[in-house]
Design a protein around this ligand. Structure first.
Ligand code: ADP
Ligand code: MG
Length: 237
Protein backbone atom coordinates (compact mmCIF):
# COMPACT_ATOMS: atom_id res chain seq x y z
CA UNK A 1 0.00 0.00 0.00
CA UNK A 2 2.83 2.36 0.94
CA UNK A 3 4.54 1.58 -2.37
CA UNK A 4 1.40 2.47 -4.29
CA UNK A 5 1.09 5.76 -2.42
CA UNK A 6 4.73 6.58 -3.16
CA UNK A 7 4.30 5.64 -6.80
CA UNK A 8 1.23 7.87 -7.15
CA UNK A 9 3.21 10.68 -5.54
CA UNK A 10 6.05 10.21 -8.01
CA UNK A 11 3.51 10.56 -10.82
CA UNK A 12 2.13 13.72 -9.14
CA UNK A 13 -1.26 12.00 -9.07
CA UNK A 14 -4.03 12.27 -6.52
CA UNK A 15 -6.94 9.87 -6.51
CA UNK A 16 -10.11 9.58 -4.51
CA UNK A 17 -12.91 7.04 -4.52
CA UNK A 18 -13.44 3.53 -3.20
CA UNK A 19 -11.07 0.65 -4.03
CA UNK A 20 -8.97 2.50 -6.55
CA UNK A 21 -7.03 0.08 -8.78
CA UNK A 22 -3.28 0.54 -8.53
CA UNK A 23 -1.49 2.51 -11.24
CA UNK A 24 0.47 0.67 -13.92
CA UNK A 25 4.10 1.33 -14.79
CA UNK A 26 4.03 0.08 -18.36
CA UNK A 27 1.58 -0.63 -21.19
CA UNK A 28 2.62 -4.30 -20.76
CA UNK A 29 0.81 -4.24 -17.37
CA UNK A 30 -2.54 -3.39 -18.99
CA UNK A 31 -3.30 -6.80 -20.47
CA UNK A 32 -3.64 -5.38 -23.98
CA UNK A 33 -3.67 -7.74 -26.95
CA UNK A 34 -0.68 -8.00 -29.26
CA UNK A 35 -2.50 -6.00 -31.96
CA UNK A 36 -3.11 -3.13 -29.55
CA UNK A 37 0.47 -3.28 -28.20
CA UNK A 38 1.74 -3.09 -31.78
CA UNK A 39 -0.49 -0.10 -32.51
CA UNK A 40 0.82 1.62 -29.37
CA UNK A 41 4.42 0.95 -30.41
CA UNK A 42 3.66 2.22 -33.91
CA UNK A 43 2.51 5.50 -32.35
CA UNK A 44 5.90 5.75 -30.68
CA UNK A 45 4.43 5.55 -27.17
CA UNK A 46 7.11 3.85 -25.07
CA UNK A 47 5.50 4.21 -21.68
CA UNK A 48 2.23 5.59 -20.35
CA UNK A 49 2.06 9.23 -19.27
CA UNK A 50 1.18 9.83 -15.58
CA UNK A 51 -2.56 10.18 -16.22
CA UNK A 52 -2.46 7.06 -18.38
CA UNK A 53 -0.60 5.14 -15.62
CA UNK A 54 -3.43 5.77 -13.19
CA UNK A 55 -6.46 6.09 -15.47
CA UNK A 56 -5.87 3.06 -17.70
CA UNK A 57 -6.28 0.37 -15.01
CA UNK A 58 -9.31 2.16 -13.56
CA UNK A 59 -11.07 2.55 -16.90
CA UNK A 60 -10.14 -1.01 -17.90
CA UNK A 61 -11.76 -2.23 -14.67
CA UNK A 62 -15.03 -0.73 -15.88
CA UNK A 63 -15.22 2.10 -13.36
CA UNK A 64 -16.43 5.62 -14.05
CA UNK A 65 -13.69 8.23 -13.94
CA UNK A 66 -13.37 11.96 -13.44
CA UNK A 67 -10.01 12.86 -14.97
CA UNK A 68 -8.57 16.25 -14.22
CA UNK A 69 -5.44 17.09 -16.15
CA UNK A 70 -4.02 19.82 -18.31
CA UNK A 71 -3.87 19.78 -22.09
CA UNK A 72 -1.05 17.67 -23.47
CA UNK A 73 -1.05 15.11 -20.66
CA UNK A 74 -2.19 12.21 -22.88
CA UNK A 75 -5.84 11.97 -21.93
CA UNK A 76 -6.97 10.78 -25.37
CA UNK A 77 -5.19 7.42 -25.20
CA UNK A 78 -6.38 7.04 -21.59
CA UNK A 79 -9.95 6.74 -22.86
CA UNK A 80 -9.41 5.47 -26.41
CA UNK A 81 -7.36 2.35 -25.54
CA UNK A 82 -9.88 1.01 -22.97
CA UNK A 83 -12.68 1.87 -25.42
CA UNK A 84 -11.15 -0.49 -27.99
CA UNK A 85 -10.95 -3.23 -25.32
CA UNK A 86 -14.56 -2.48 -24.27
CA UNK A 87 -15.78 -2.81 -27.87
CA UNK A 88 -13.85 -6.02 -28.51
CA UNK A 89 -15.39 -7.47 -25.35
CA UNK A 90 -18.90 -7.14 -26.80
CA UNK A 91 -20.38 -10.51 -27.74
CA UNK A 92 -21.40 -9.49 -31.24
CA UNK A 93 -20.90 -6.45 -33.40
CA UNK A 94 -23.88 -5.24 -35.36
CA UNK A 95 -23.02 -1.87 -36.77
CA UNK A 96 -26.58 -1.04 -37.73
CA UNK A 97 -27.60 -0.78 -34.10
CA UNK A 98 -25.54 2.32 -33.47
CA UNK A 99 -22.20 3.11 -31.83
CA UNK A 100 -20.89 1.45 -28.66
CA UNK A 101 -18.47 4.26 -27.85
CA UNK A 102 -19.67 7.87 -27.87
CA UNK A 103 -17.19 10.70 -27.36
CA UNK A 104 -18.26 14.33 -27.03
CA UNK A 105 -15.72 17.10 -27.51
CA UNK A 106 -16.20 20.88 -27.54
CA UNK A 107 -14.83 21.81 -30.98
CA UNK A 108 -14.44 20.31 -34.41
CA UNK A 109 -10.65 20.55 -34.11
CA UNK A 110 -10.65 18.52 -30.90
CA UNK A 111 -13.14 16.03 -32.29
CA UNK A 112 -10.94 15.60 -35.34
CA UNK A 113 -7.79 15.06 -33.22
CA UNK A 114 -9.54 12.37 -31.19
CA UNK A 115 -10.80 10.83 -34.43
CA UNK A 116 -7.24 10.54 -35.78
CA UNK A 117 -6.01 8.90 -32.58
CA UNK A 118 -9.00 6.55 -32.31
CA UNK A 119 -8.58 5.47 -35.95
CA UNK A 120 -5.01 4.33 -35.34
CA UNK A 121 -6.04 2.01 -32.52
CA UNK A 122 -9.32 0.91 -34.11
CA UNK A 123 -7.84 0.00 -37.48
CA UNK A 124 -6.20 -3.31 -36.54
CA UNK A 125 -9.61 -4.54 -35.36
CA UNK A 126 -11.73 -3.27 -38.23
CA UNK A 127 -13.63 -1.05 -35.80
CA UNK A 128 -15.39 1.78 -37.64
CA UNK A 129 -14.94 5.32 -36.34
CA UNK A 130 -17.10 8.27 -37.40
CA UNK A 131 -16.51 11.92 -36.58
CA UNK A 132 -19.42 14.34 -36.78
CA UNK A 133 -19.16 18.06 -36.19
CA UNK A 134 -20.28 21.38 -37.59
CA UNK A 135 -18.84 22.85 -40.76
CA UNK A 136 -19.20 19.59 -42.67
CA UNK A 137 -22.10 18.28 -44.73
CA UNK A 138 -24.84 16.99 -42.47
CA UNK A 139 -26.11 14.75 -45.25
CA UNK A 140 -22.68 13.09 -45.67
CA UNK A 141 -22.50 12.54 -41.93
CA UNK A 142 -26.05 11.18 -41.94
CA UNK A 143 -25.02 8.62 -44.59
CA UNK A 144 -21.84 7.73 -42.75
CA UNK A 145 -23.73 7.06 -39.52
CA UNK A 146 -26.44 5.13 -41.35
CA UNK A 147 -23.74 2.85 -42.77
CA UNK A 148 -22.87 1.98 -39.17
CA UNK A 149 -19.94 2.46 -36.80
CA UNK A 150 -18.76 1.33 -33.39
CA UNK A 151 -17.36 4.70 -32.33
CA UNK A 152 -18.75 8.17 -32.87
CA UNK A 153 -16.82 11.30 -31.97
CA UNK A 154 -18.94 14.41 -32.03
CA UNK A 155 -19.51 17.97 -31.03
CA UNK A 156 -22.71 18.05 -28.95
CA UNK A 157 -24.79 20.27 -31.24
CA UNK A 158 -24.17 18.23 -34.36
CA UNK A 159 -24.76 14.94 -32.56
CA UNK A 160 -28.16 16.20 -31.33
CA UNK A 161 -29.08 17.23 -34.89
CA UNK A 162 -28.16 13.79 -36.21
CA UNK A 163 -30.02 12.04 -33.41
CA UNK A 164 -33.11 14.07 -34.30
CA UNK A 165 -32.66 13.05 -37.95
CA UNK A 166 -32.49 9.43 -36.75
CA UNK A 167 -29.08 8.97 -38.34
CA UNK A 168 -28.22 6.79 -35.35
CA UNK A 169 -29.61 5.41 -32.14
CA UNK A 170 -27.88 5.20 -28.79
CA UNK A 171 -29.43 1.83 -27.95
CA UNK A 172 -26.12 0.04 -28.05
CA UNK A 173 -23.96 2.79 -26.50
CA UNK A 174 -22.30 1.67 -23.27
CA UNK A 175 -19.12 3.76 -23.20
CA UNK A 176 -19.51 7.52 -22.95
CA UNK A 177 -16.69 10.06 -22.82
CA UNK A 178 -17.15 13.75 -22.16
CA UNK A 179 -13.83 15.31 -23.12
CA UNK A 180 -12.90 18.84 -22.07
CA UNK A 181 -16.17 19.15 -20.19
CA UNK A 182 -15.30 22.63 -18.90
CA UNK A 183 -14.86 23.94 -22.43
CA UNK A 184 -18.10 22.33 -23.59
CA UNK A 185 -19.87 24.19 -20.80
CA UNK A 186 -18.04 27.46 -21.61
CA UNK A 187 -19.35 27.11 -25.15
CA UNK A 188 -22.90 26.73 -23.85
CA UNK A 189 -23.30 23.02 -24.62
CA UNK A 190 -24.62 22.01 -21.20
CA UNK A 191 -28.21 21.37 -22.45
CA UNK A 192 -26.98 19.35 -25.44
CA UNK A 193 -24.59 17.33 -23.28
CA UNK A 194 -27.39 16.58 -20.81
CA UNK A 195 -29.71 15.56 -23.63
CA UNK A 196 -27.09 13.16 -25.07
CA UNK A 197 -26.36 11.62 -21.66
CA UNK A 198 -30.11 11.18 -21.14
CA UNK A 199 -30.34 9.11 -24.32
CA UNK A 200 -27.69 6.60 -23.23
CA UNK A 201 -28.55 3.68 -20.97
CA UNK A 202 -27.74 4.33 -17.32
CA UNK A 203 -25.63 1.19 -16.92
CA UNK A 204 -23.04 2.64 -19.31
CA UNK A 205 -19.44 3.39 -18.32
CA UNK A 206 -18.95 7.15 -18.16
CA UNK A 207 -15.69 9.10 -18.26
CA UNK A 208 -15.49 12.83 -17.78
CA UNK A 209 -12.30 14.75 -18.51
CA UNK A 210 -11.74 18.38 -17.73
CA UNK A 211 -8.81 20.73 -17.20
CA UNK A 212 -10.74 22.52 -14.43
CA UNK A 213 -13.72 21.58 -12.27
CA UNK A 214 -16.05 24.56 -12.02
CA UNK A 215 -19.25 24.02 -10.02
CA UNK A 216 -21.41 23.28 -13.08
CA UNK A 217 -19.09 20.51 -14.24
CA UNK A 218 -18.82 19.09 -10.72
CA UNK A 219 -22.62 19.04 -10.48
CA UNK A 220 -22.97 17.22 -13.80
CA UNK A 221 -20.30 14.71 -12.76
CA UNK A 222 -22.19 13.97 -9.53
CA UNK A 223 -25.39 13.44 -11.47
CA UNK A 224 -24.21 11.25 -14.31
CA UNK A 225 -21.29 9.21 -12.94
CA UNK A 226 -21.68 6.12 -10.78
CA UNK A 227 -19.23 5.55 -7.92
CA UNK A 228 -16.50 7.39 -9.86
CA UNK A 229 -12.80 7.46 -9.19
CA UNK A 230 -11.33 10.89 -9.34
CA UNK A 231 -7.86 11.19 -10.83
CA UNK A 232 -6.07 14.52 -10.73
CA UNK A 233 -2.64 15.10 -12.21
CA UNK A 234 -0.29 17.96 -11.38
CA UNK A 235 -1.39 21.32 -10.08
CA UNK A 236 -4.98 21.20 -11.30
CA UNK A 237 -8.23 20.10 -9.66
P1 ADP B 1 -4.59 15.83 -23.84
O1 ADP B 1 -5.87 15.26 -24.36
O2 ADP B 1 -4.37 15.51 -22.40
O3 ADP B 1 -4.44 17.27 -24.14
P2 ADP B 1 -3.37 14.24 -25.89
O4 ADP B 1 -4.06 12.97 -25.67
O5 ADP B 1 -3.82 15.06 -27.04
O6 ADP B 1 -3.37 15.11 -24.58
O7 ADP B 1 -1.82 13.91 -26.02
C1 ADP B 1 -0.86 14.94 -26.18
C2 ADP B 1 0.28 14.44 -27.07
O8 ADP B 1 1.01 13.41 -26.40
C3 ADP B 1 -0.20 13.84 -28.37
O9 ADP B 1 0.66 14.26 -29.40
C4 ADP B 1 -0.08 12.36 -28.14
O10 ADP B 1 0.15 11.66 -29.35
C5 ADP B 1 1.10 12.26 -27.22
N1 ADP B 1 1.07 11.08 -26.31
C6 ADP B 1 0.00 10.57 -25.67
N2 ADP B 1 0.35 9.52 -24.92
C7 ADP B 1 1.68 9.34 -25.09
C8 ADP B 1 2.63 8.39 -24.56
N3 ADP B 1 2.27 7.45 -23.73
N4 ADP B 1 3.92 8.52 -24.95
C9 ADP B 1 4.28 9.50 -25.81
N5 ADP B 1 3.44 10.42 -26.34
C10 ADP B 1 2.15 10.35 -25.98
MG1 MG C 1 -7.55 16.15 -25.11
Amino acid sequence: EQDVTEYRKSLAIRTSGFDVPRPVKAFEDCGFSTALMNAIAKQGYEKPTPIQCQALPIVLSGRDVIGIAKTGSGKTAAFVLPMIVHIMDQPELQKEEGPIGVICAPTRELAHQIYLEAKKFAKPYGIQVAAVYGGMSKLDQFKELKAGCEIVIATPGRLIDLLKMKALTMLRATYLVLDEADRMFDLGFEPQVRSIVGQIRPDRQTLLFSATMPYKVERLAREILTDPVRVAVGEVG
